[in-house]
Ligand binder design. Structure first.
Ligand SMILES: Cc1cc2nc3c(=O)[nH]c(=O)nc-3n(C[C@H](O)[C@H](O)[C@H](O)COP(=O)(O)OP(=O)(O)OC[C@H]3O[C@@H](n4cnc5c(N)ncnc54)[C@H](O)[C@@H]3O)c2cc1C
Length: 461
């Protein structure tokens, strides 16, 4: 790109205005990485231009030029991803939609039309003020709508209302050629041909740039509570989850955490975890439209739990307490990050969670290392952390990862339930999927992006 750099900068400035074309490396620094643990973080390329368009038309013009000149484009959101998906690994354009953050509500259809650069934090807040509830909550509220859709994010509140793809009813996207497509809309049912919109959700910025979305919202639930249930061992904690989920009540989410780790997370943000007994704990998030419904759920869980011998349970009922618990839970990753070599995102059918946990314990014991785990047990999704320790070396780390991926696969699981493939799991996808599936995916990519200009080297390598 170097030769034509000046010409390209002029063209981009004509489109978005010179204030929004950033060429100095020092002002690009936060766009050159995401939240991937440092030892796994891919390196950013050198020759990069950061562009911040304000409209879909501007995005379209940028892509049209890039496609014509065969210049790579890296769409970035809040850069909170954990697999290097937004890292600009080749020279080209970094495309940030952060200025595109308008939100409109369609109250009659309980939907919002949201621009892709809107952050999760502001969307939750503005929806609340409009009387709506947007339940999805992956841990970093700096994530943007475009990023949440591109990664099909999950998080701690994904049981009752599902993951990101369950909220998206319509998408406006710009293809790598610059063409603008409107997919889906406000329809609750739509069987008109192949569902390209669902194909794009989770495509990690490799097929098109998402500029706007129609998102389903829920009425604000007046009644909610968060239970913390401490246990003396991991097994009883995990066993109880399946029983709770089969009892007919649907919690917002069920999380597994360990006291040692959650205490560090609390300390990290100057808070105190409210339950200090039982090293192995469940966090059960409930909401309801009536007091009775909430009470029924609580009673049902209370009937099931004694069978699994919990130490006790704690009920957070005020919004303030619930928010504090969510904030601490959301800080788990950040509080460990400086010691993390890699965070695995293993996902298995829920009935095999115990097998997965036993295998992690065995691997840790065999290798004389600590492998802290926590995660979305209600979704069969566990995060296993490989930490920097004196006795870890690259060979050992690779061996541990290989072993754990193999265990998950043998249990009918996958290498990632929510973080995605990005740049750092491209070898894992090849092991997880068949050759035919990989072939079909590469053909899809070719059809959307014949010049391979959009986020190259991500998902497919
Ligand atoms: C503390 C912490 C906790 C987390 N917890 C969870 C969790 O519980 N569940 C979970 O699922 N994730 C979690 N994550 C990961 C991350 O927050 C999600 O993957 C999130 O969806 C990424 O959004 P983003 O806007 O930051 O995207 P980025 O990281 O900027 O980008 C992610 C991918 O999306 C693409 N992209 C971004 N915007 C667009 C667009 N407009 N058009 C096309 N492609 C685009 C990028 O190219 C990239 O491939 C966590 C991260 C952190 C740091």
């Amino acid at each position: 790109m170097s030769q034509n750099r000046e010409k390209l900068i002029d063209l981009l400035e004509d489109i978005v205005g010179n204030k929004w074309v950033i060429i100095e490396r020092e002002f690009q620094s936060s766009y050159l990485k995401d939240e991937t643990p440092l030892p796994m973080l891919p390196s950013a390329a050198n020759d990069l231009i950061l562009v911040k368009p304000f409209s879909t038309k501007q995005v379209s013009k940028i892509l049209e030029i890039a496609n014509k000149e065969k210049i790579t484009v890296f769409p970035v959101g809040g850069r909170t991803g954990l697999v290097g998906g937004s890292v600009p690994t080749e020279s080209g354009i970094i495309l940030s939609l952060e200025r595109m953050n308008n939100i409109e509500f369609d109250k009659e259809n309980s939907m919002a039309i949201v621009e892709a650069g809107t952050t999760l934090g502001s969307f939750i807040e503005v929806s609340k003020r409009a009387g709506f509830f947007f339940p999805l909550h992956p841990g970093d509220e700096g994530a943007q709508i475009g990023g949440l859709i591109s990664t099909n994010a999950g998080g701690v509140r994904a049981i009752k209302y599902g993951v990101m793809r369950n909220y998206v009813y319509g998408l406006e996207v710009v293809l790598p050629t610059g063409e603008i497509l409107n997919l889906g809309g406000k329809l609750l049912k739509n069987n008109t041909g192949y569902n390209l919109m669902q194909l794009i959700i989770g495509s990690e910025g490799t097929l098109c740039v998402i500029t706007r979305a129609v998102i389903k919202l829920y009425p604000e639930c007046r009644y909610s509570s968060t239970m913390i249930v401490p246990f003396g061992n991991r097994y009883n904690a995990i066993l109880s989850v399946n029983k709770i989920l089969r009892s007919g009540i649907i919690p917002l989410g069920v999380e597994y955490i360990e006291l040692r780790d959650i205490n560090k997370a609390a300390k990290h943000i100057n808070e105190r975890w409210p339950v200090q007994e039982g090293n192995f704990q469940l966090l059960i998030l409930l909401n309801a439209t009536t007091d009775n419904e909430l009470l029924f759920a609580y009673e049902k869980i209370s009937e099931i739990l004694p069978e699994y011998n919990p130490n006790d349970y704690f009920l957070a009922e005020t919004n303030k307490e619930e928010e504090m618990i969510l904030r601490i839970r959301s800080s788990l990753y950040t509080s460990m990050k400086s010691r993390i070599i890699d965070i695995l995102d293993l996902t298995v059918p829920s009935n095999h969670l115990l097998d997965l946990i036993s295998a992690v314990e065995k691997t840790a014991f065999k290798n004389h290392i600590d492998l802290p785990i926590y995660g979305h047990v209600g979704d069969g999704n566990l995060h296993v952390h490989i930490l920097k320790e004196e006795n870890t070396n690259q060979k050992k780390i690779e061996k541990i990862k290989k072993e754990l991926y193999k265990v998950a696969s043998n249990l009918g699981g996958v290498p990632t339930g929510e973080h995605g493939i990005g740049k750092i799991r491209t070898e894992e996808i090849k092991k997880a999927l068949s050759e035919k599936e990989m072939y079909l995916m590469s053909k899809i990519k070719e059809n959307f992006d014949p010049n391979n200009i959009l986020n190259p080297g991500k998902i497919l390598s």
